[in-house]
Design a protein around this ligand. Structure first.
Ligand code: KIV
Length: 263
């Protein structure tokens, strides 16, 4: 099993960290049998699994439900569970209570939260002081999609790049052991990665982060609305459609079930 210490050591050793999202037991079982370092029960499950337009509506109970499912399917993996929108933005006490619920009820190894506002930074301090490892998330933060005016690359101009540098340093100082950098220029991600002692995990942040994360359904070719930074490592949508067509034909033509699949 991966640990916080091993993940930090990977940065020192220049070994890339791999992370994929996961929401279901079947996918968790498949990934448990791979060399993937970490699984993220991301609040992207709202869009990918629930078909919602953004991540804002997903609840703490739903995150806990999926976190526990993924833990059952992937007993050997380091699992990070997202704190959902409004579960950590109100005050640090609530953030700590909610992070504690995730840890106790899912068996996760860490929680992730977005941004670097005062309340978020204080929440990171409180949660990590209680012994819960925290991953930060900066750049494009999906829970802030409305205040960021849509799905846009962040840190493109000098002012916003400087702001991101400050935020990254603050998230590290607050106690996060890693930080996701989403949709920022590759050069800025490289600079941030060099300036931090904690690992950066990029998504749409170029090749120079300490690790990479992708949404599983995107990289498997299962989700139709994949952004530019997604590479389809498989075309499972086509394979599913072909398998369904073969099944339909088998049933209609009476070739399935045959003797081999009957009692
Ligand atoms: O929820 C999620 O899947 C995420 C990734 C985009 C990093 O936060």
């Amino acid at each position: 099993m991966e640990t916080v210490a091993k993940l930090l050591a990977r940065k020192q050793a220049g070994e890339k960290i791999t992370m994929l999202t996961c929401y279901s037991a079947s996918m968790a079982m498949a990934l448990n049998a791979t060399a993937i370092d970490t699984l993220l029960v991301g609040d992207s499950l709202a869009t990918v699994f629930q078909g919602k337009p953004d991540t804002l509506s997903v609840t703490l109970s739903e995150m806990i439900y999926h976190g526990a499912i993924v833990r059952r399917g992937a007993p050997d993996k380091f699992i990070v569970v997202d704190l959902p929108f409004m579960s950590y933005q109100i005050n640090p006490e609530k953030s700590l209570t909610n992070a504690g619920k995730i840890m106790k009820q899912t068996g996760a190894n860490a929680v992730k939260l977005e941004g670097a506002s005062e309340v978020v930074l204080e929440s990171i301090r409180r949660i990590t002081t209680a012994g819960i490892p925290v991953v930060g998330h900066l750049g494009f933060t999906p829970q802030g999609v409305h205040s960021l005016s849509g799905y846009r690359v962040q840190g493109k101009d000098q002012t916003s790049a400087e702001k991101l540098k400050t935020e990254a340093a603050l998230v590290e100082q607050a106690g996060a052991f890693a930080v996701v950098l989403e949709m920022i220029p590759a050069q800025l991600a490289k600079t941030l990665t060099a300036s931090l002692t904690i690992p950066t995990i990029g998504i749409g942040a170029g090749p120079d982060c300490d690790g990479q994360v992708l949404v599983l359904d995107d990289m498997l070719g299962l989700y139709p609305h994949a952004p530019k930074f997604v590479k389809r490592f498989a075309e499972l949508d086509r394979q599913i459609q072909q398998a369904a067509a073969n099944y339909i034909a088998g049933v209609k033509q009476g070739t399935f079930p045959d003797a081999e699949h009957s009692f």
